[in-house]
Design a protein around this ligand. Structure first.
Ligand SMILES: [Zn+2]
Length: 164
């Protein structure tokens, strides 16, 4: 029995460190590098621009508590901008009530977000972020309404709503 366990451990440890080598740098790169040079700010610069709770979401890929954002219930016409660099990301007519407690959209403004796969919960999820400043917005799932069938599950703290 002991021999069996130690052999398993022996196999498991190298596998885990190989996985870490592959996935860790990818995670760090995608959330901190902006596509536009002028938005490639240092940690300190971002900290001075953002409220601490928005910094945690946008720059550290945090997630706010469900039903904690006022934007979850926002039903007015308007545009949802990136809270990091103010790029328009979502139009209000693409917003829907997903019941999850996070502002949800079935499509972003074309070209405004970019995606990557993250492994924070072990199971791969598709993370998306602002295509200009690289700020983390949320995750996209395949259980949204038609016509796209996508559900962009967004942190309210990563957005700024501009009513029409
Ligand atoms: Zn941005």
């Amino acid at each position: 029995m002991n021999q069996f366990l130690s052999r398993r451990t022996f196999i498991l440890i190298p596998t885990m460190s190989i996985l870490k080598t592959f996935f860790k740098p990818m995670q760090v790169l995608a959330s901190s590098l902006a596509s536009k040079e002028e938005w490639n700010l240092s940690k300190e610069e971002w900290k001075s621009r953002l409220r601490p709770e928005s910094y945690y979401i946008l720059r550290e890929e945090g997630t706010e508590r469900a039903f904690s954002s006022e934007l979850n219930n926002e039903k007015r016409k308007g545009v949802f901008h990136c809270a990091g660099c103010d790029l328009p990301l979502f139009l209000s007519d693409k917003k829907f009530d997903s019941g999850t407690g996070w502002p949800s959209f079935w499509a972003p403004i074309q070209g405004s977000v970019a995606t990557k796969v993250d492994f924070k919960l072990i199971v791969p999820r598709t993370e998306y972020h602002c295509s200009r400043c690289g700020g983390h917005q949320g995750h996209v799932f395949n259980d949204g309404p038609l016509p796209t069938g996508k559900r962009y599950c967004n942190n309210g703290l990563a957005l700024r709503f501009v009513p029409e």
